[in-house]
Write a protein that binds this ligand. Structure first.
Ligand code: DUC
Ligand code: ZN
Ligand code: ZN
Length: 467
């Protein structure tokens, strides 16, 4: 199955690379292919798809006085179990730090530890003359996108002047500007007022981060991008009104894109954070505190995300994988939701959760491949070696069984380094059977055959979505 169609075929892998797509039973240079290869993986009755590419992960991210609980080793192993064979993680430049130093630290965390291939985006946390000059040179190092935050004042935040300057670099270099679009200064005022009123439970995280704050910031980012001519990609879109902004800008011909995440398709403020009332006093909701926040199902945000994936108002699905344990991590926010480290762990389940959207008729089989692999590859300069099964491409291949079943839960399928699952009880009508990473079988049924250090750093080219 590819982004554009499906066919019955044999895939011939030679070393790390796909050599040929063949009609079943065909011969190559007069020899019977099946008889002359080292190994045959019988995929009869299954889907053979390009390995998943999760373009938004945060392994070991320092956040809220703690650190995301998956290391590059545990996080990429969990990814492999779930049919994801490449990640793009965010290297962090903190305030007062040089980009070079933040980036070098990220290389050090990842090198030799990943089970699958990995690339980096650069988080720009301190815009100044020096960091802008460094940013311009990053494409030479295979880093062709950077992220800025309109939220988190005092942590990652950039103001409009800083964003404008960085977007000018984006325009000049072709680097993609990625934006966390939420009005952080306004959100922080609302959050403080809620805490002063004694409204400290996780539910109020979602109240403070109202959709108006996402719509406004999305619009502002779009206009700054229009002014500068920068290509723009909005991360973790969750509000239906933010999608409307994207659709509006795209209809006017502007080069803007957006991703959403499984949590914004399936989970809601009501079900997870207790907007119905009964659970307001419960700290359980901390499990689903992430930003942008889960949104109200009554307001129709989830339906709107699925629709946008069909109409291409949103182009991709990434996880924003940013796991924290309840114990000692999420619990930092007992008595004050502002201190709950933000994030949900999903890297292991993205391919399955999106496949379930095929089963329920929300998206087609081809769109599943497009959203999870092919478009991420094209968007972030990996296409050709990744994101497609074709001669010359890396042999990153998943054999997916539509007649299999996956029960998600901490005591069942769970390889992320967390003490809970945000997806406990989810049932998937499909199963990742076999996973190849550059020709090596790393998941074979219930056996894990990958190893840390197998994954290589991906030097990415410019986005294929530049115009
Ligand atoms: N959102 C999260 O949920 N976690 C990390 C950073 C972010 O923007
Ligand atoms: Zn973000
Ligand atoms: Zn993120």
């Amino acid at each position: 199955v590819s982004a554009t169609g499906r066919a019955v075929a044999d895939v011939l892998v030679d070393g790390e690379t796909i050599r040929a797509l063949l009609e079943p039973g065909s011969s190559l240079l007069g020899t019977d292919v099946a008889a002359s290869v080292d190994r045959v993986i019988d995929a009869t009755g299954r889907y053979v798809i390009p390995g998943g590419i999760d373009a938004h992960t945060h392994m070991q991210l320092p956040f809220g006085g703690t650190e995301a609980s998956d290391t590059f080793e545990t996080g990429t192993r969990a990814a492999a179990w779930g049919g994801t064979t490449s990640i793009i993680d965010f290297a962090v430049q903190t305030y007062g730090q040089r980009i070079e130093d933040g980036l070098a630290a990220w290389h050090e965390k990842a090198a030799g530890n990943c089970a699958i291939d990995y690339g980096f985006h650069q988080i720009v946390g301190d815009v100044n003359e020096a960091s802008l000059a460094t940013l311009r040179r990053l494409p030479d190092e295979g880093i062709t996108s950077f992220k800025m935050f309109m939220a988190y004042p005092g942590v990652f935040y950039s103001d409009d002047a800083q964003i404008l300057k960085a977007m000018q670099v984006s325009r000049d270099t072709g680097m993609l500007t990625m934006m966390h679009a939420e009005n952080g200064p306004a959100i922080d005022v609302l959050a403080a007022q809620l805490v002063e009123q004694g409204r400290t439970e996780p539910f109020y995280h979602g109240v403070a981060r109202a959709w108006e704050m996402e719509e406004e910031a999305t619009h502002r980012a779009i206009m700054l991008a229009k002014l500068t001519g920068a290509p723009l990609y909005i991360v973790h879109v969750s509000a239906k009104q933010a999608v409307e902004q994207l659709a509006w800008a795209r209809d006017k011909g502007q080069n803007v894109y957006g991703e959403t995440c499984p949590q914004y398709l399936y989970l809601s403020l009501e079900d997870q954070l207790g907007a119905k009332g009964e659970q307001w006093g419960s700290f359980e909701g901390a499990k689903w505190v992430c930003s942008t926040p889960l949104r109200s199902r009554e307001e129709g945000h989830q339906d709107s995300m699925w629709q946008a994936l069909r109409t291409n108002d949103l182009q991709m699905v990434s996880t924003d994988h940013c796991p924290f344990c309840m114990k000692d991590q999420k619990e930092l926010g007992l008595g004050d939701f502002r201190k709950i480290p933000n994030g949900i762990g999903s890297i292991e389940h993205r391919m399955d959760l999106m496949y379930q959207g095929v089963v329920t008729g929300e998206i087609t089989l081809e769109r599943w491949v497009e959203l999870t692999s092919t478009t991420p590859a094209r968007m972030f300069g990996l296409y050709g070696t990744k994101g497609v099964i074709q001669p010359g491409a890396d042999a990153d291949i998943v054999v997916y069984d539509p007649n299999g079943h996956t029960s998600i839960g901490l005591d069942k399928t769970h390889h992320m380094n967390m003490d809970y699952s945000a997806w406990e009880g989810y049932e998937i009508d499909g199963h990742v059977d076999t996973v190849l990473s550059r020709g090596k079988v790393i998941v074979d049924g219930d056996q894990y055959l990958g190893a840390k250090g197998d994954g290589r750093f991906l030097r990415r080219g410019l986005s294929q979505y530049l115009i």
